[in-house]
Design a binder for this molecule. Structure first.
Ligand code: AGP
Length: 368
């Protein structure tokens, strides 16, 4: 076990730091000049392009990855994209059509709720696409087609490198589906050209490790933590909060910043730490205004912003800043989650909890 962990103390730590490599293997052989080739999908792209809807289905982190990919998938495909937590789809026996494309996202490919939702979609005649890290898994075998994320074996119960690879696969899938759409060609080309540099940007953000340890030290006593995101980074808020919850055993909630005034604002005081994700994208000015409103209520602010933006986003000296490299908007969630993974990791170690095997949790949830 020690050998597999290499120089790291825990698998979660190793897997966080492995992300420049896992993302490289996810993209290997799939990028061409102005094109993306996903062998497992190529015979089905026409059917997907004519779908009535694309429905992403998953649980936990895999669901969050689909949430991160949704805006770009909608923009590039022009097809309505909906999201389903697998258990909720089953509880509701939600509407599903033969003309739907149902995309199942699962690191293990063995999650019971996701597999039952797959059975449900197959019964309803939808085209079923699998996105998984596990070759030969039930998900890989039972779907009509799919893409392996090739992130390498993930051992820590908290999913880290699979999350970022899942997002990149779904971005590549959107690029493949949108290949014949004239109106988005320049954006599409810009994303394809920027993908090869993404692992370097992740290496850059991993340099925040000590800073995140220091931030974790300042949060060691907190009972609760909020994370506000929106747009592409609503998913980052949910996923960051999930990491803190499941390994650091600290109550944390990821929230849509647009909903802040509809309830959560009542929680704001000088003690509750609030992480606001305010990197540069179409939602930036709205997030600036969220920061001002939280500051006006004396909120304990931690702001994640793009490199060089600290002075323009931070309303006071007491506000902590996490500066990250800026990338294309649809890839920014891959960058922004990394400091939050590091924060959750360090908070767990400082609190003395089991990093790789949090209490009550299993890596793969094979029961309903
Ligand atoms: C992630 O950190 C969690 N351990 C959990 O939410 C997980 O993502 C979920 O159980 C789904 O697993 P899957 O991707 O293997 O289907």
């Amino acid at each position: 076990e020690q050998i597999k962990k290499g120089n790291y103390d825990h698998f979660m730590q190793k897997e966080i730091h492995e992300q420049p490599h896992s993302l490289t293997t996810t993209m290997r052989g799939r990028l061409r000049a102005n094109d993306v080739v996903l062998g497992g999908l190529k015979d089905h792209l026409k059917t997907i392009r004519h779908s009535r809807r694309i429905i992403f289905i998953g649980c936990g982190t895999s669901y969050n990855a689909a949430l991160a990919a949704r805006p770009f998938m909608e923009e590039l495909s022009g097809i309505p994209v909906t999201l389903e937590l697998a258990s909720d789809l089953l509880d509701r026996q939600g509407v599903m059509y033969r003309e739907d494309t149902a995309v199942f996202v699962s690191q293990s490919g063995e999650t019971a709720d996701t597999l039952l939702a797959l059975e449900y979609a197959l019964e309803h005649g939808a085209l079923c696409v699998g996105i998984t890290n596990t070759v030969g898994s039930t998900l890989a075998r039972k779907t009509h087609c799919g893409v392996h994320i090739n992130a390498g074996c993930e051992i820590g119960v908290a999913s880290t490198k699979a999350y970022t690879s899942q997002i990149v696969v779904m971005v590549m899938m959107a690029l493949a589906i949108g290949a014949d759409k004239i109106s988005t060609q320049s954006k599409r080309e810009a994303i394809i050209n920027s993908l090869p540099d993404l692992p370097n940007k992740v290496s850059e953000v991993l340099k925040l490790d000590n800073e995140m340890k220091d931030l974790a030290e300042s949060l060691i006593e907190v009972q609760s933590l909020l994370v506000f995101g929106r747009g592409y980074n609503y998913a980052t808020a949910l996923e960051g909060a999930l990491k803190v919850k499941e390994v650091a055993l600290t109550h944390s909630e990821g929230m849509l910043a647009g909903e802040m005034k509809h309830g959560p604002l009542a929680l704001v005081d000088e003690t509750l730490p609030i992480i606001v994700i305010a990197t540069r994208d179409a939602c930036f000015s709205k997030q600036q205004s969220v920061i001002q409103q939280l500051h006006a209520r004396k909120g304990r602010l931690i702001v994640m912003c793009s490199n060089g933006d600290a002075s323009s986003v931070c309303p006071s000296e007491s506000c902590r800043v996490i500066e990250v490299p800026q990338v294309a908007d649809c890839l920014q969630p891959v960058i922004n989650i990394v400091p939050l993974q590091l924060l959750a990791y360090h908070l767990t170690v400082l609190r003395g909890y089991d990093v790789d095997q949090p209490r009550n949790l299993a890596k793969s949830v094979t029961t309903q």
